[in-house]
Ligand binder design. Sequence first.
Ligand SMILES: Cc1cc2nc3c(=O)[nH]c(=O)nc-3n(C[C@H](O)[C@H](O)[C@H](O)COP(=O)(O)OP(=O)(O)OC[C@H]3O[C@@H](n4cnc5c(N)ncnc54)[C@H](O)[C@@H]3O)c2cc1C
Length: 481
Amino acid sequence: MKTYDTQIVVIAAGPSGLSAAVQAAEDGAQVIVLEKAATVGGAANMGMGPLGIGTKYQKQQMIDISVEKAFNMFMEYTHYMVDARLVKRYFAQSAETIEWLEDMGVEFEGAFRYFPKSEATWHIVKTDRSIGPRAASFMNKALYSKALELGVTFLMETPAKKLLLEDGKVAGVLAVDKNGEEIQISCKAAIICTGGAGANKELIKQETGFTQGVDMFNFAIPGLVGDGMKMAWEAGAGKTPVRIEMAANIEGCDELPQGVSNVFSQPNLLVNKLGKRVMNEDHMQNATYLSNVVSHQKDRVCYSIVDTSILKSYIRNGVDVVSLVRTNPDVSDFYEGIKMAQDNGSKDFFVADTIEELAEMAGINVENLVNTVDDYNDYCSSVDEEFFKDKKYLRRLGKAPFYCAKIRPGGYGTVGGVRINENCEAITDEFEPVPGLYCAGTDACNIYDDSYMFLLPGNSMGFAVNTGRIAGMSAAEYVEE
Ligand SMILES: Cc1cc2nc3c(=O)[nH]c(=O)nc-3n(C[C@H](O)[C@H](O)[C@H](O)COP(=O)(O)OP(=O)(O)OC[C@H]3O[C@@H](n4cnc5c(N)ncnc54)[C@H](O)[C@@H]3O)c2cc1C
């Protein structure tokens, strides 16, 4: 068996692991990183950037957000069900973390909202392209280069398998290298950062009740199967609820031109299978709210419906609401996209000449949908008596053909599992630290209670980078002692 000796083993090289490694090395510790995949960055390579509060960008852009405001918003949102000390420490450090990242070469486009009702806390990483998905891979590259510069050793394609304890303290980590050979690393501290269990169907079913691919469609990034949680629990760390970081999903859109998802994300009529409205559609842009709403309906499905005059208006003028993920208001490729879906035999989109026919095709209660559309059209001429939707989004449904898309619960993966304190020490259910064990990022992200906080966007990558740093600081201090 190959053996190594170091002070700190960081288990995984997503943004939390990379930040932990850089911070611990900056604080003088000797660090080895074990990474299961062949590349660093984890799920964050698909994302756009972390949260920051009170940053220079917000000051320059005259955005009114402070740690106090964000903290109070957050604690009210979660009904004080979460660790206020951890939330406060994370938010208070977040502006300095943006500068820490800049010092290693990360550039930011500025601070942005995800959707109009959110705060501008999302710090989008600048790339060699225009703003868009995968920008945060540039941040991961900078963190990786900094770690190498500081002398951190990376063992790639080498998943950690088990924590070794002596007298209840972390003493080493067992892993398997890419040739299948077992390796043992002696260390004084380990930091678990393995990104949750978004690809583990059984664990998701057991912990959340959702059946992935049947009534919930999340990003299931290969390799994220809950290894870190299991190792931490086995070593004595306490367990917190594992939840899906919810974000609604318009089924079957990924392969189609963006106009399709853009149209069906607009705040138009949204109904359940019973043909009834389910929310004030103004809030559909908050993907967590939308996913929560859908997951509480019959068969966990809702339907977004538009008519031809709405489409024509969007094509002439652009859609009502854009997000940073779908920035382009131009949806002139909608018809081409729907035709592609029909040609592919998709069962996720429906087109019909009457509301009755549309309801039958989609499996919605016909009579109720006809009545709902009738009432909705009345609200369009006066006010939305049912859910108080903003008048500017009330658009009548009258001109055939009518178009409809299925909306399902989805998510970015899991959050939570390992109990930590504000120093990112893994703690038992009795709140005692497991000596030498730390946890950061998604595995330890217990700060949202039941629903991801999309009103302060960048929150999960922000939590990953900031708790990674906190874990790195705490572990470096522990090994020095
Ligand atoms: C499409 C998409 C877009 C997103 N965009 C944003 C965004 O813009 N802003 C935001 O705040 N959040 C965003 N998120 C969420 C964000 O990416 C995550 O919160 C973040 O990546 C979590 O970081 P992490 O380090 O905890 O885990 P991850 O980034 O998931 O990394 C986990 C790492 O652990 C490794 N690993 C697993 N098991 C082992 C093992 N046994 N041994 C060694 N290594 C192991 C994996 O290979 C992986 O590299 C997005 C997520 C997705 C899916």
